[in-house]
Write a protein that binds this ligand. Structure first.
Ligand SMILES: [Fe+2]
Length: 290
């Protein structure tokens, strides 16, 4: 009896065939495509055993550093462009609608409802920035009772409150509802450019490949309304130097907003603002559900 040598192609074929009897067509498709592409990747780059062991170590470290407050797997997805790719496929945006972008790892549930014009800052510091506008449907009609879930970082510490053990629990986040005419307004702080966490395996990748870890300054929001598709997005500060090189590829030109500067003593200053401040007037446009 002749003995045939097992080739790399034989191994791929066996791994693919192991899913042939899978009863879920979608699960079968996902796992067979995963095997096919993983094997093609390893073949293309002639993956060495040492590199494979290093990759296992990186995945292990990714799990080890991940907690309720720190999601290193999302960082991998974001910094490899996968999050934006999945988002783009899931949320095609017709012209005129507010485009989506990544959720990011710093959103937390349980923000408190706030009233029209209320400040989301729960401690002093930062540059007051008044965000206002209307939530509209794609045909331009205002939407009453639309919900905005907003969150941002703090220029005084360059951190999201979830990263800062000293921050008040509800600092720099809140839930707002549009008024009967679809209008919304809230007092935030001027967001600042920040680096994604660099002390884990993603940071090591960024350093080893000569990339930078910066994200351009932005306000996060999730807008939702009955009968409409929710949108997860950001508004980016037009003056950021990192708009063209966001480490997570999240910038879309339609989401860049100029922040208008107002000097101290401006009679139109929002309540409680004495010094200089900024403003951003922008609508959020939602797509009706089919
Ligand atoms: Fe962010």
């Amino acid at each position: 009896m002749s003995q045939q040598t097992v080739t790399p192609a034989d191994i791929t074929a066996r791994a693919l065939a192991s899913f042939d009897a899978c009863e879920s067509p979608r699960l079968k498709e996902l796992l067979q495509a995963l095997v096919r592409h993983l094997h093609a990747f390893a073949t293309e780059v002639e993956l060495t055993q040492a590199e494979w062991e290093q990759a296992i170590g990186i995945l292990t470290a990714t799990g080890d550093i991940t907690t309720d407050q720190r999601q290193e797997f999302i960082l991998w997805s974001d910094t490899l462009g996968l999050s934006m790719l999945v988002d783009a496929m899931a949320n095609p945006s017709p012209p005129g609608a507010t485009e989506s972008t990544v959720l990011g790892p710093f959103h937390i549930d349980g923000s408190i409802p706030r009233t029209y014009g209320e400040s989301i800052a729960e401690r002093p510091g930062g540059s007051p920035t008044w965000f206002s506008g209307h939530v509209r449907s794609l045909d331009g009609s205002p939407i009453a009772g639309a919900r905005l879930d907003v969150w941002q970082n703090d220029e005084t510490v360059n951190l999201y409150p979830v990263q800062d053990p000293d921050a008040p629990e509800q600092h720099l986040r809140g839930l707002f509802e549009t008024r009967d005419d679809g209008s919304y307004a809230f007092l935030a702080l001027r967001p600042t450019d920040y680096t994604i966490p660099e002390d884990g395996p993603v940071g090591a990748m960024i350093a080893a490949t000569g990339r930078h870890a910066w994200r351009p300054a932005h306000l996060h929001l999730i807008a939702s309304a009955p009968g409409h598709r929710s949108v997860v997005t950001h508004f980016f500060d037009a003056r950021s130097p990192h708009l063209d090189s966001d480490v997570v590829f999240a910038v879309k030109p339609s989401l860049v907003r100029p922040l208008v500067h107002h000097p101290a003593g401006d009679p139109d200053a929002p309540p409680g603002v004495d010094g200089e401040w900024w403003s951003c007037e922008t609508d959020v446009v939602l797509v009706p559900e089919a």
